[in-house]
Design a protein around this ligand. Structure first.
Ligand code: ASP
Length: 337
């Protein structure tokens, strides 16, 4: 099929997911403003971000507002409110945000606050620090007017109680975080179209780049576990002179290669966004092929000219793109078929 990406117009149109068009990825380029977000559900976030970008707003504002859409979506079991809890039944959220000048903020393992992306932005703008974790992050959020909430929805609580019966931590490719509700109300691993971290990248009309990443992390993780998503350089990296990248998938492996930073550095050295993503995925696969076969990792990158690219270990990774001329969800090429 040559080097092509599948563009799922059917999803965007709200019609059947089985309707596919094909279009060379190389056509998705050189336009601003533009916004891209990981996974199919990124399209809902993009719609919100686009309101800001299309009105000549700043990419950072678009990122924050877009991320909040996914964080508030109870049906999304891997981000924000309704995210699956850890092994102790506690919902702990991770998020970070970064602008074109290297300003950044992050919260890790924060409980009870629905919008970690906004707390991360406050950390960036109101403190001399970059990262706040756990109780410190919660305290800071409360001091700054965020409301304390119970983030464990009945569905997620039920999924956790079900999981407790076997207590096996076995992330599954592309559905690492996804359980679905069966007819008898029990839960099983598997599901479609609703999983994983949202990583968002935006280039505004003024040519400024920003990015954000927000997640509840791997479902049923150990209490206190933090993945790549809120780690600047791993789950997200932005360099206003070059481009931005974000990651999704098994966070431990993304941290090991400082994934998003590596993607941006490859772009700095002249690779296209897609080539840069592929280079890092290739490195992960080369390090331990057997391990790589059993997990998903995907990178998404946007350069400062508006060129977009992505690459993943496994099939099934997708991203949503919104610009003045395009509103699409793209299935990403992968290392393994
Ligand atoms: N990268 C996230 C984490 O490891 C999870 C994911 O994207 O699936 O926490």
């Amino acid at each position: 099929m040559e080097r092509r990406s599948f563009i799922r117009n059917g999803i965007i149109a709200g019609t059947s997911i089985s309707s596919y068009d094909y279009k060379p990825l190389e056509n998705i380029s050189a336009t601003k403003p533009i916004m891209v977000s990981t996974w199919d559900f990124g399209k809902y976030a993009n719609t919100e971000g686009w309101k800001i970008l299309s009105a000549n707003g700043h990419a950072l504002d678009a990122i924050e507002q877009a991320a909040r859409v996914t964080e508030a979506d109870e049906s999304n079991k891997t981000v924000g409110y309704g995210g699956y809890p850890d092994r102790d039944g506690r919902v702990t959220l991770d998020a970070c945000i970064m602008d074109e000048s290297g300003n950044c903020g992050s919260v890790m393992a924060m409980e009870h606050i629905k919008h970690p992306i906004s707390v991360a932005r406050k950390v960036m703008e109101k403190t001399p620090h970059i990262i706040l974790v756990g109780d410190g992050a919660l305290q800071f959020a409360l001091d700054n007017g965020f409301q304390k909430e119970n983030l464990l929805t009945p569905d997620s609580k039920k999924a956790w109680e079900d999981w407790l019966k076997n207590s096996k931590y076995e992330p599954v490719i592309n559905i690492e975080n996804q359980l679905f509700k069966k007819q008898d109300n029990s839960f099983a691993l598997g599901g479609i179209n609703n999983h994983d971290t949202i990583g968002l990248l935006a280039l505004d009309a003024a040519g400024k780049l920003s990015g954000g990443c927000t997640t509840s992390g791997m479902a049923f993780k150990m209490h206190g576990r933090v993945g790549d998503s809120p780690v600047i350089g791993a789950g997200l990296f932005v360099d206003g002179e070059v481009g931005a990248a974000t990651a999704t998938g098994v966070g431990e492996e993304v941290i090991r290669c400082v994934g998003s930073h590596s993607v941006v550095e490859y772009m700095r050295n002249g690779l296209s966004p897609k080539e840069a993503c592929k280079k890092v995925v290739d490195r992960i696969a080369k390090r331990d092929l057997e391990k790589a076969k059993k997990m998903q990792i995907g990178f998404l990158a946007l350069d400062k000219s508006g060129n977009v690219g992505a690459y993943a270990l496994q099939k099934g990774f997708s991203y949503a793109l919104k610009s003045a001329s395009e509103e699409i969800v793209i299935a990403v090429e992968s290392y393994f078929d």
